[in-house]
Design a protein. Structure first.
Length: 442
């Protein structure tokens, strides 16, 4: 019998999330849009037709677990590779091992966690082996692969988007953890469904966080007569009360972002900063808030202050670069700027009206004189004939018609007198007067 080392980890000391790691697709929680019977990824796994792919999604949604299940299901050699601790040397060593396995008829699945952390040279090192079939590359990333993965490598991989788990899915996972022998099934643990739902809400779609929180709660709960009872007091100590009151996918999420929007629209910087803080302190993704500010900059400020869009985009980039909690000041900067900026929704209204016309009149032909004419046939059909190049004129203007005949004279953008838009309005009036004076009467 093998003697156990004094330093070996006891089963109960292994983290709950590790003990409960799913071994089969049936145990896997969430991602039904990919893994329900008949879905693309499910079929690829069942038919053992796995190709290189990238899993893109937030933390704790099962990217690593899914890669392990695929390796087991397809009977492939599995290598777990971390972009944080590995360099070119390690890549070449693993590739040589995979090439040797290929010659022996064994397929290798190389799982690269946080693939976005590899630089261009490191990512390029995978290319020849992916192309030769030495490895099936499965990358995992929390960042948009369009920006973080080289185009050459990305073109050889299928991207699957994994979603944050719902509160219902996490609650079911937590209940299973309480009952499963790999979890707390061998103990008598008393915890209500309401408490499990509270933990699931706190986890914000992250299964690892949910299981870690449950483990902390149970380990700190009082034990009497062989029964561990989770009390509200213990739960409150182990999780943040403010997070329990905020569901990213629930009504309060939309109430708070609505409050932020309407406070900025009403030029109330103090209210805007308060609602911003409510969202961020409750655990909201700062990039979500930043995206809403970018939208607001054009929808509610627009041409009244075009700098607003620059400020909002800069705030988004700052959040991307440094994250929480440092980026709170950048979001505050943008929220206050947008609150005190002059307001105009003329761009929002303009697009809405143009979209209605576009939907009703999808077949309106482009006037011949503003069509492109790259071929002789198009030239013979009078494409581009009569086009007037504005830069050839002293005023940089022509009276040429650019709308279809049926929409001639239609006005979508109607500038206001707010802020810089007053100058835009004056300029448009000047242009229209000039065109009217130079328009061909015929």
């Amino acid at each position: 019998m093998r003697q156990q080392s004094f330093f070996e980890t006891e089963p109960q000391d292994i983290p709950l999330a590790t003990r409960l790691r799913p071994q089969t697709l049936e145990e896997f929680v969430g991602q039904r849009h990919l893994l329900a019977p008949g879905k693309v990824l499910y079929n690829l796994i069942e038919q053992d037709r796995i190709a290189s792919m990238i899993f893109w999604g937030p933390p704790g949604v099962g990217k690593t677990t899914l890669a392990r299940i695929i390796a087991g299901k397809t009977r492939s050699h599995f290598i777990n590779f971390s972009a944080v601790t590995s360099g070119i040397k390690e890549i070449k060593e693993v590739m040589a091992q995979a090439e040797q396995s290929r010659r022996l008829g064994e397929r290798t699945i190389l799982f690269v966690d946080e693939i976005h952390r590899f630089n261009k040279a490191q990512q390029d090192a995978f290319l020849p082996y992916v192309e030769r079939g030495s490895i099936v590359l499965i990358g995992a990333t929390t960042e948009n692969p369009s920006f973080e993965v080289n185009a050459a490598l990305l073109s050889r991989c299928k991207v699957f988007v994994l979603n944050a788990l719902s509160a219902e899915e996490l609650t079911g996972l937590l209940r299973r953890a309480v009952e499963d022998p790999r979890g707390f099934g061998g103990e008598s643990v008393s915890v209500t469904d309401e408490m499990l739902t509270a933990i699931a809400t706190f986890a914000n779609g992250d299964a690892r966080t949910a299981l870690g929180t449950l483990e902390m709660v149970v380990n700190n709960a009082p034990r009497e007569n062989g029964v561990t009872t989770v009390t509200p007091e213990i739960l409150e100590q182990c999780v943040s009360r403010r997070s329990l009151l905020y569901d990213k996918n629930g009504e309060e999420h939309y109430n708070l972002i609505s409050a932020l929007h309407k406070s900025m629209r009403n030029s109330d910087p103090d209210a805007a900063v308060y609602w911003l803080a409510r969202m961020l302190e409750a655990g909201e993704d700062p990039l979500y808030v930043a995206r809403r500010l970018v939208r607001f900059a054009s929808e509610d400020v627009g041409m009244a202050d075009s700098r607003a869009l620059e400020i909002a985009v800069a705030a988004y980039q700052a959040c991307h670069f440094i994250g929480m909690p440092e980026c709170t000041v950048h979001l505050t900067h943008a929220a206050v700027y947008l609150s005190v900026a002059p307001k105009s929704n003329a761009l929002y209204v303009a697009y809405g009206e143009a979209a209605q016309d576009a939907q009703k009149m999808l077949a309106e032909p482009v006037p011949l004189h503003i069509r492109n004419a790259p071929t002789r046939l198009m030239q013979e059909l009078h494409y581009g004939e009569g086009y007037q190049y504005a830069h050839d004129t002293e005023e940089k203007l022509t009276a040429m018609q650019c709308l279809p005949d049926s929409l001639q004279g239609r006005k979508y953008y109607r500038p206001t007198e707010q802020g810089s838009e007053a100058r835009v309005k004056a300029r448009i009036q000047q242009i229209e007067a000039w065109k009217q004076a130079h328009r061909d009467p015929s």
